[in-house]
Design a protein around this ligand. Sequence first.
Ligand SMILES: [Zn+2]
Length: 373
Amino acid sequence: MHCCANCFAHPWLKDYVTDRHKLVGACDFCNSIEVPILPTDELALPFHRMLSMYTEADTFERGETLLSLVQGHWAVFDDSLDEDQQASLLEEIANADWDDDDGMPMVDAQGLYMTNASDLFRQTQGDVWDEFCDAVRTDPDVPIPFDDFIAEELAESEESLQAGTKSYRCRLGFHLEDYEKSPWNGVDIGPPPANSALAGRANADGQVVLYVADDEKTAVSEVRPALGLYVSVAELKLKRDCRILDLTKELPELNPFERDNLGWFLGIRDLLTRLGDEMARPLERNDDKTLYMPCQRLADYIRQNAYDGIRYPSALNPGGTNVVFFDPAVAEVIESNLVKVTVVNFDYERHKGFSEQTLAASKTWTERTDDAK
Ligand SMILES: [Zn+2]
């Protein structure tokens, strides 16, 4: 059987067929005539790479047809092929090298599958991280679940900031002298001295780090000012080049047909997103510092891997980004200005009780307390 570039929507597959064809003729699937065609078995290896992220569904509820999964995730086949044509092309390619001796079932395009990531028995990196977040709040010494292997993958999210790069930092209120308002300046708005550094998302009590925002509006939002309040805004400048881990970075698109270990790479990406979400999460209660523990441990890990800081999304100004630098002396305040808050936007929803995740966490906690008795 032969297929052609018109059968596919994925650009890499279209090129693959066009580049490798040796024959011109009629396509067996989309009925194109006089087009470059390729035997379906020549696509078996790239398709097996893509299909490696799927597994047969263990329950009916969790399953989707394989065809709808691959179309939804990767837009593989052209829409000019109807569903039956797409299904028979998928099966023809995936089963081209099928061998009844190796025990693997034939691929069934209309069979129920799920992604490996949702497989109960094989945890993703993200699941491992979620478990750590729960565990560290009751036992701060639980080892962080990353090994050196992950350190290599993190490099994909690395970003270099040059000396001179600007950032912003705010403090509520102003300096008052002789009835004159002036913005907080210098050390009054820079990093706090070591003896007064309060624990934050990326630092334990007494550990001084520098929190900044990449733009002025995000910096103002981060101090949660009320309407009508004055906020001092400092502009800072980096004194040297820095290497940061950017958890907001848009990563290059994965090509599922070329990557080995596709599921692993998708898992790492999912993990990076979750780490960013964790860093961004606003505290629900100001007095519960245990909520910062996962982030503090993450920050330690990233610092040990020779990064100067972490960029993470702002929950208070969606779309904005913040950076925490581990060395507070890395930037200096150049100038500061006083601004008055004229509009505050917010949205809310009615509290619907505790989420399943919170309940699961508290259940684990209860079980552990029971064990200790
Ligand atoms: Zn075709």
